[in-house]
Design a protein around this ligand. Sequence first.
Ligand SMILES: [Zn+2]
Length: 442
Amino acid sequence: MTRKLIVLMCFLLSVAGISQTYKAIDTADYLQRKEFLKNFTTNNENLIKGLRAQYSGRTGSEMSKMYKEFGTEFENQVKNKDFVFKSEFDIVIKSLVERLRKNNPKVSRDLKILIAKDNTPNAYCLADGTFVINMGLYNWMDNEAQLAGVISHELGHKIEEHTLKSVLNIVEQNKIDKSTVQNIKETTDRRSQGRNEKAFDILKNRIYKKSIEKRQLEMQADSLGYVIFKNSDFKKSEFVNGLQKIQTFDTISPRELKIETYKKLFDLPKQAFKEKWMKKEDFSLYNYNFYKEKLNKDSVASHPEMVHRIERLKKVFPELNTSADTEKPSDAYLALKKMARMEILPNYFHSEDYGLGIYVAMQFLQDGEEEKYYKDWLGKCFSKIYEARKNYNLNRYLDRIEPKNQSESYQQFLNFMWNLSLDEIKNISDYYQTNETVAKSK
Ligand SMILES: [Zn+2]
């Protein structure tokens, strides 16, 4: 009995030990970044040259302008360390791609893969063939097969050259819009009411049309991606399981923060908790339905279509109708899943989402997870919020309250944050920062 207890104690200690020594991923990967940038710039220049040769006149020049702007923007993201190089994350991706390539000769041999410090479960493929995989996918997907499903979908986009087609589409659409607007100007009175409405209709139709086109591209990538996936040795049903998993990211409501959690975290020795911090702003006077009616949101949203995409896949590939349980992940994948979870706060901090960082740290603390680690991040984020509040630019780092777009829990959190005075923020920041200093000197 005692022996068992000792073993358990040792186990608990070692788990605690791991969490205390966890250090956020080092982004001091100067050489790799430099190398990547060099290649990327050359590739993008070649791509632009090719486009200019292929598409003449206005179309060619508009397209090359878009690629140039995109290239500069992407280079800035790389310089800003938005991606991690040579991490454990891309080793797994490379082995998954290898498995996908085995029976799929169309999958190219020299894929470049970047891991983004981004918590949303998403991936995309650039025109030059670079794959960007968000760290959030590791955290959100259950196993490597589901991750391979997402990669297959992106391979589908790449093989069909969807990025190029979308850019071409935008350029063509711009031309059409310009001439239509010109037409309205010529045929209607400047002061007429109808003029604005017509312009608005064009915009509305354009957004709607774009979302239909986008959905079609997504379905194409799904079908082709699934063919690649099923040719390899992954369990077929995981492709749909993965899509369903992504769908739930948008639809499930986030964990709620209890009032007790605020009291527990912010009733400090030098500053007692104040009930007035929880007071909510009254929004009943605003008419939020106005804008919603003006632009039917469902036709613009990016994820409600997931249901249709899954239905469509099941129609084309009947074997997908037999649903199967999610497979167990490998230990290697579990380790990365855990790492991606620990990177959630560093990622928010990196993107300067300090408000969101505090909210999520509070959720982890409410669940009693890695207390020391999340208290440190709470302190770091609060010190940034303090700086911002002092400099009158808190707006940049903390959302405004939007009753129709945010969960009750998040609105309560934002009310709390906006209710705090500068001094009160300072006290919270100091308290949790001190916590960190003490831990460091141990
Ligand atoms: Zn896609």
